[in-house]
Design a protein around this ligand. Structure first.
Ligand code: CA
Length: 232
């Protein structure tokens, strides 16, 4: 049984979700505002949060940031419109996926299963990935460069792991969007580029003088072992 917290101020949607998800065998807790939702995240420790972005008290993006500050609980955002900018911001803030109103219960259930499956598969027996002096450990979700711990955001870590797992291969922006953000949404190239530039800064390199992260113009990005002669 999955415990789900529904944070939604629209009474009709909230009750429909609560009833429908309960019928599907989930344990459902509800909140009608951001603050009560946050309290329940901390106190009830749900397996997953369904979060409406348009809440009466706090901005949904802030709610995502606050949930992320306390843990890795999967968040699926519910949004009223297909607003790319808003969705990019929500995904960047740490949301795992989204549904757009009106949505069906089957659709939201499928998204929840996918998100929980992904969450469950990250704690497995995956071995650390080593490229040159870079070590990326999926189990502890930590990365070090020449022994120094890198302070990475959740998405930066995911991005680094995908690239480091395929050294020497060019990975397209579309693949990165699909694997790191689990989406192919409009305006996504910029999201990838921005995260890559943050990652580069943390690796102590620039796009003009790359060591590990090499941009292949018009194609994507390639992780290179700069300590291996002939591989640059
Ligand atoms: Ca709302």
């Amino acid at each position: 049984m999955t415990s789900i917290l529904v944070v939604e101020d629209d009474t009709a949607i909230r009750s429909a979700l609560s009833r429908g998800l309960t019928e599907r065998g989930h344990a459902v807790t509800v909140a009608s505002a951001g603050l009560t939702g946050l309290e329940l995240v901390v106190n009830a420790r749900p397996d997953l949060v369904l979060l409406d972005l348009g809440l009466p008290d706090i901005d949904g993006l802030q709610v995502i940031a606050m949930i992320r500050a306390v843990g890795e609980i999967p968040i699926i955002v519910i949004t009223a419109q297909d607003d790319d900018t808003m969705l990019v911001q929500a995904l960047d803030a740490g949301a795992d996926d989204y549904v757009i109103k009106p949505f069906s219960l089957a659709q939201i259930d499928a998204r929840m299963r996918a998100v929980l499956r992904r969450g469950g598969s990250t704690g497995g027996e995956e071995e650390p990935v080593v490229v040159g002096e870079l070590v990326v450990d999926p189990r502890s979700r930590t990365a070090t460069l020449a022994g120094d711990r890198l302070e990475l955001s959740r998405k930066e870590f995911d991005l680094l792991l995908v690239l480091a797992s395929r050294p020497g291969q060019v990975v397209s922006r579309r693949d990165l969007l699909a694997e790191v953000w689990q989406q192919g949404y409009g305006g996504g190239d910029r999201t990838v580029d921005v995260h890559l530039s943050w990652l580069r800064r943390k690796l102590g390199e620039t796009a003009a003088e790359p060591r590990y992260l090499h941009t292949v113009r018009g194609v994507g990005v390639r992780m290179v072992d700069p300590t291996s002669p002939g591989d640059g």
